[in-house]
Ligand binder design. Sequence first.
Ligand code: NAI
Ligand code: MG
Length: 507
Amino acid sequence: MQRLHKLLLEVGVGRWLLMRCDHSFGNCKPDYSQLFINNEFVDSVSGKTFATFNPATGKEIIKVSEGDKADVDLAVIAAKKAFHRNSEWRQLSPLQRTALMNKLCGLMTRDKDLLASLETQDNGKPYAEALFDVTYSMLTLQYYAGWTDKFFGDTIPAGGFTSMTRKEPVGVVGQIIPWNYPLLMLAWKWGPALATGCTIIMKPAEQTPLTALHMAALAKEAGFPAGVINVINGFGPTAGAAISEHPDIAKVAFTGSVDIGRIVMEAAAKSNLKRVSLELGGKSPVVAFDDADIDFAVDTTHEALFSNHGQSCCAGSRTYVHEKIYDQFVAKAAAKAKERKVGNPFEANVQQGPQIDQEMLTKVLGYIESGQKEGAKLQAGGKRIGNVGFFVEPTVFSDVKDDMRIAQEEIFGPVQSIFKFSSLEEMIDRANNVQYGLAAGVITNDINKALKFANSVDAGSVWINCYDAVLPSTPFGGYKHSGIGRELGKDGLDNYLETKTITMKLL
Ligand code: NAI
Ligand code: MG
């Protein structure tokens, strides 16, 4: 938590959060549970519902409407109408779009405790972290609100012609998001889509629909015209597939697993060649050199992995430590993991809540078992905590070898794997020897080592002497199997724009 507060202070909004963090807010009942189509909350066509659960207790929070193809079709009709060249939305000036987005941010600030509470109930993350996510989501939308009038085309030297490019919104976009940062992933996707003037069909993860529904209500209150934003709760193979296969959706943005990323891309190819951006998994290396302050290195690598319960696409899940400090580092890392406070995410000072569901609990425990079987040394944790909710002990393995499953596959849980290395060159080769390439970190006081590593590692983001420093303005995305395209920053707009070249002959 201290890390989060520190990061917010560094970007200049910390005081606001530090003053207003109210741990006693606790559980609250969600106001919205239906689908959101054409600015109305409606039941699904089939009338079906499904339950969303609190992972800290395993208990149902509420039943939400279950959308499917028929509902996606209705949402697309509304979104197409809202995208028509003469629609209210398309007729707004860029600055009017800015104003709407900023109004939404104001409403998020008003409802931040409610949004954070919904997120903590639905996802299990500590309340202070949920509040941090609300702040960051709001900052992301604010950042993109400033872009509405700044995506310029070019004028091109063309002899007897006058040639220019226009950047135009791609159209109706599908956005399929995961459960690990439900609100933040929504903001990363709504921000550039709204700034460019697209219209949206969003499918939140089946585990965490609640903040997206509240955001839909806030969007209506802010004054977004009907059909600009639609939210369809539902499952992947039904509602998700209906989005990626839809012939009238011009672009799909997906965050989730590599396997589903492939399915989404294939569906996009087979249907209408819709544009695809994918933000998939990772197996990110974080390297501690022997010249670094060892406690700083232990703390940074600890947070890099354990933050958000290890359920982060850019989790620093391979800790590489120089052989000279290895034994001391492992002892300190294990002690730190044992100190991590796990429990009720609404309690102050709790650093780790439950994993998202039974499936992920089983998966994480399976990886811990495989690490032990393959010969890694368990230095901390290793077990489930209690039998209510999906809590896992912060776990540390040392003596991890590159070919073990825990070294290659995304665990997506609180399991730190510590590897030993002796030279920079050897370590870079090993760091790159996985299918992923999302992020990397390096801790050293030697600028040459830091930059050589940063320039050579296969990763979309590299953090030097910090980790997870993702800002609304910094592009984020993966090399190799970690994805296609970049979100955030100026680059994030590209996913939502077409380039039109207009050439005029002077007569
Ligand atoms: P997933 O990739 O199955 O789910 C992500 C989203 O895709 C959800 O909204 C889901 O409903 C949707 N989806 C599922 N099947 C679909 C389909 N056929 N067509 C369209 N959409 C579909 O991820 P899941 O099952 O929640 O987690 C599995 C693993 O994925 C995790 O263990 C973790 O390794 C990785 N993961 C990575 C994330 C990231 O941030 N990159 C986030 C969540 C999971
Ligand atoms: Mg899945």
